[in-house]
Design a binder for this molecule. Structure first.
Ligand SMILES: [Zn+2]
Length: 427
């Protein structure tokens, strides 16, 4: 172990530097956003003045600032949890305790992964509760009862265990059974899992949490069906989801691929928009499908996870990787679970540094979908819909440009509407 000592210290310091840098960068971006929004809270941007009142603008600012403060708290809390698991020895102690209880072998490995996620979920509960019953409630968006919140949590945990534990068991088994190329097999399992999830999600998982009903309004359905036919999407189902059970936020999304593809409109969206605007939102979602954004994302994710697993395949063989993060690996038994968990904790630290790239790609997709919607339904219906949605969801109209670059998956309202031309008064 003498030769491993300097390497593991170097790795500890690299980890600490990465953690501090990512936290500082996040903190700087969140602080910028809070300052920028606060500075512009009393002045509705000229382009929006006819549509958004001073009161609505100030409300959006207050909501955005509170949301950003919570995000900052969450970042600090996650960093503390990460240090607790690693340098303070949390994961090592959990691993040793389970080894004493279950001995060496696959059941211990699976139990370690299960216990790690269960403890992590419990540690995140207080802030999740705060988000729903303090933040969202204070700004008039929460419509969830504590009973529903608890039921959601239990159902979510059951689904995660039912899907996650077999996948974990398979990957952990491969680590020992498949030799040095285990990561390639693990990658194949991971891709198969994701593809299955994408097919199962709309039909099996999402209905556990919400009711989905085919669009009932005959007039609206006729419009929607003619739009689907025009766009060549006869096969896609259009469903209305009871989003109002949980939140007043309005939204729409496109999910799945192949026979499982469907468009989901929140009931809150139908309450707020006129028929032509609903068409425009739907056309935007079809734009995502037309440009195959779901499939492209799956391919990118596949390449990224392949590279990550190859890296993990190498790291899992290095003793310094474990010692440097406060964990004593087994020299005789398997370290698969430890390697997976440590890697899964360290890798997200890189997230904030690559965020600008992924956010830019996502915003490009949104512009593409907007262009498609404009071709199908014209610019003014989409502009009217977006204006109503940005306003009623209390999205700030004056975000900090650097914050946008890093974290905005959708273009800010001003940029998005500017590309659509002059805006008609929404209903
Ligand atoms: Zn979109």
């Amino acid at each position: 172990m003498d030769t491993a000592l300097p390497a593991h210290l170097l790795w500890t310091w690299t980890f600490v530097a990465l953690l501090v840098a990512s936290l500082l960068l996040r903190g700087w971006l969140y602080a910028r956003q809070i300052r920028h929004v606060a500075r512009h809270r009393n002045q509705v941007p000229a382009a929006f003045a006819p549509h958004v009142s001073a009161e609505q603008h100030a409300k959006a600012a207050a909501y955005t600032i509170d949301k950003t403060r919570l995000a900052l708290t969450e970042a600090v809390w996650s960093a503390a949890i990460l240090v607790g698991w690693t340098l303070l020895g949390g994961l090592d102690r959990l691993n040793q305790a389970l080894l004493r209880w279950l001995g060496d072998g696959l059941p211990q490995q699976v139990a370690l992964v299960g216990a790690f996620f269960a403890i992590g979920a419990l540690l995140e509960l207080p802030l999740a509760w705060w988000r729903t019953f303090r933040l969202e409630a204070a700004h008039g968006f929460n419509q969830m009862t504590p009973g529903l919140w608890v039921a959601d949590g239990l159902k979510g945990a059951a689904v995660a265990a039912a899907l996650g534990l077999p996948l974990a068991a398979l990957v952990l088994w491969l680590y020992d059974a498949a030799g040095p190329t285990w990561w390639l097999w693990a990658w194949l399992a991971w891709m198969a899992f994701n593809t299955t999830l994408l097919l199962l999600y709309p039909r099996v998982i999402a209905p556990l949490f919400n009711r989905f009903e085919p669009l009932a309004d005959a007039h609206l359905r006729e419009r929607v069906e003619s739009l689907l036919a025009r766009c060549g999407f006869r096969a896609a189902g259009v469903y209305v989801m009871d989003g109002s059970r949980r939140s007043a936020h309005a939204n729409a999304y496109f999910t799945g691929f192949g026979p499982a593809k469907r468009v989901v409109l929140f009931d809150t969206l139908l309450q707020r928009l006129e028929a032509a605007q609903i068409d425009a939102v739907l056309a935007h979602e079809l734009g995502h499908a037309h440009h195959r954004h779901v499939l492209k994302r799956l391919v990118w994710m596949g390449l990224g996870s392949g590279a990550a697993l190859a890296l993990l395949g190498w790291l899992s063989q290095q003793l310094w990787f474990y010692f440097g993060l406060g964990v004593t690996p087994s020299l005789t038994g398997s370290n698969a679970a430890l390697a997976l968990l440590l890697f899964g904790m360290v890798l997200p630290l890189a997230g904030v540094f690559v965020a600008p790239l992924f956010s830019a790609l996502s915003r490009r997709d949104e512009y593409q979908a907007d262009r498609y919607a404009v071709q199908q339904t014209g610019p003014s219906a989409l502009a009217g819909a977006l204006l109503t949605l940005y306003r009623d969801n209390a999205s700030t109209l004056t975000p900090d440009p650097w914050f946008v670059r890093f974290f905005y998956s959708h273009p800010p309202a001003a940029d998005r509407l500017a590309r659509l031309g002059p805006v008609r008064e929404p209903a």
